[in-house]
Design a protein around this ligand. Structure first.
Ligand code: FAD
Length: 433
């Protein structure tokens, strides 16, 4: 008896009676699967990028290349790519309470999330450019971020915020003395524990509220001093944040208004110094279009413990310094997305045929691919050049250039990434959607 499915075109299913009869190698009765392009996997994103290698050499970052090459091989492995794909499908979930009704405000992740974050940290891509003194360190870091971002972008959110918090925290003697080792560490510690019990920590930032994000001065979250107040003193925060990414970070830098109505910047840990959970309640995780592996949340502060950073009333300049570093990461991250889109488009066009020729040989398609390649490479070159300016901040000319170009580059590369990734998706025709 023939037990194979009868629906026309259905793939054969193995049965207890043995393999289904008489099908082609591709498992269909009605046709062969041809001219479909297999996924690109098992390549090193550094090995296939001569422009990046040249840019690293120009930046004097040759000493960092062997480490980057090793990391790139790991990133390109099919297993790593499978993890990256999975953690954007199996997205984080919020556990507000434990089984007995105690508040835990914990976000649970697929183990792959931890694997990718751990790899990034162990590759020394969080703190290296702020700890290392060798020339080329910022270009090398940008290259590492760029390589990682081609495989998985969500993990770069807590990585970015942690790195960006370091220059700001360095100005706070007591906090820096307590956190220095954990911030600079290349160890990965994903446990949800008080700061003092952790080998390494992650930091986030909280500015945006429901009534306004760009206009941080519109913040309504309040901070009351516990004693006399002032820089380094304890406060109690009451209010909310409408966007609070990576809420499992060990602490966030949060903008809140002191009693005189001026915005201050506060260090708000997940756990209070006495070992109890801080009153930062995660209300909900955002349902986002992209960046899905990363949890972005909405939170409420109910007398949450915080420590004032910088002078009272100087919260915006303090958080803007952090944001300057996150903007650099936005540029490099968008350049990484562009590069990945280009690589996928090229791979597809080189293997897919239409009208008797490979797509890559069709004149109009070549024009599209060349434009994509040019703009992708320009974004990468700008990223590394900008990163070098962060290294040379002692030079007044470089510092001015950095201040002007960072927001402009963020605007341009992020904006172009949307259009160009759309163009790259079209190269895949219907398979791109
Ligand atoms: C994935 C994701 C993660 C995020 N994570 C965090 C986080 O961890 N912490 C955090 O604090 N925030 C976070 N944000 C929030 C982000 O910083 C804000 O969305 C952003 O600052 C804009 O604020 P808004 O959404 O309130 O928009 P609005 O400020 O309401 O702006 C709306 C639009 O108006 C434009 N606009 C604003 N002012 C002007 C003006 N003067 N002239 C012309 N146009 C103007 C804006 O460019 C925007 O297009 C995240 C956002 C996303 C999408």
């Amino acid at each position: 008896m023939d037990t194979t499915p009868t629906a026309p075109g259905a793939p054969d299913v193995p049965t207890a009676a043995g393999p289904a009869a008489a099908t082609g190698a591709t498992g269909w009765r009605t046709h062969e699967v041809t001219n479909q392009v297999d996924e690109l996997a098992g390549h090193s994103p550094l090995a296939i990028d001569p422009a990046l290698r040249e840019a690293l050499a120009r930046a004097g970052a040759d000493a960092f290349v062997p480490g980057l090459a090793e990391y790139a091989i790991w990133l390109g492995r099919p297993e790593t790519q499978a993890i990256a794909e999975r953690i954007n499908r199996v997205t984080p979930t919020l556990e507000s309470f434990d089984k007995r009704g105690r508040r835990i405000d914990r976000v649970e992740f697929d183990p792959g999330w931890h694997a990718l974050l751990a790899a990034y940290r162990r590759a020394d891509l969080v703190a290296m450019p702020l700890r290392d003194e060798r020339p080329g360190r910022w270009a090398a870091w940008a290259a590492g971020f760029y390589l990682h971002g081609q495989i998985e972008a969500g993990t770069l959110c807590p990585a970015t915020m942690t790195q960006a918090s370091i220059p700001v925290l360095r100005r706070e003697p007591a906090l820096w003395a307590a956190l220095r080792e954990q911030l600079l560490s290349t160890d990965y510690d994903g446990r949800d524990l008080p700061l003092a019990d952790k080998r390494s920590i992650w930091l986030g930032m909280g500015m945006t509220e429901k009534q306004g994000g760009s206009d941080v001065r519109a913040n309504t979250t309040r901070a009351e001093p516990v004693g006399a107040g002032g820089r380094g003193a304890d406060y109690r925060l009451t209010g909310h944040k409408w966007f609070f990414s990576a809420p499992m970070c060990d602490a966030h830098l949060v903008v809140a208004k002191t009693p005189d109505g001026a915005p201050g910047c506060f260090f708000v840990p997940r756990w209070r110094p006495d070992g109890t959970k801080n009153a930062v309640h995660i209300q909900r995780l955002k349902d986002k279009v992209g960046n899905r592996s990363n949890s972005s949340s909405e939170v409420e502060f109910q007398d949450a413990h915080g420590v004032l950073m910088g002078e009272e009333g100087r919260g915006i300049p303090t958080i803007i310094e952090m944001a300057t570093y996150t903007r650099l990461n936005c540029v490099v991250g968008s350049a990484a997305m562009l590069r990945q889109a280009l690589v996928q488009a090229l791979h597809y066009a080189r293997h897919r045929s239409a009208f008797g020729r490979r797509l890559a040989a069709q004149p109009l398609m070549r024009a599209v691919l060349v434009d994509l390649a040019l703009e992708s490479e320009a974004a990468m070159q700008l990223s590394l050049r900008l990163a070098q300016a962060f290294e040379r901040q002692d030079d007044p000319g470089e510092r001015t250039w950095m201040r002007l170009v960072t927001p402009a580059a963020k605007f341009w590369v992020c904006k172009r990434a949307v259009e160009l990734t759309g163009e790259a998706m079209e190269v895949l025709g219907g398979n791109g959607y």
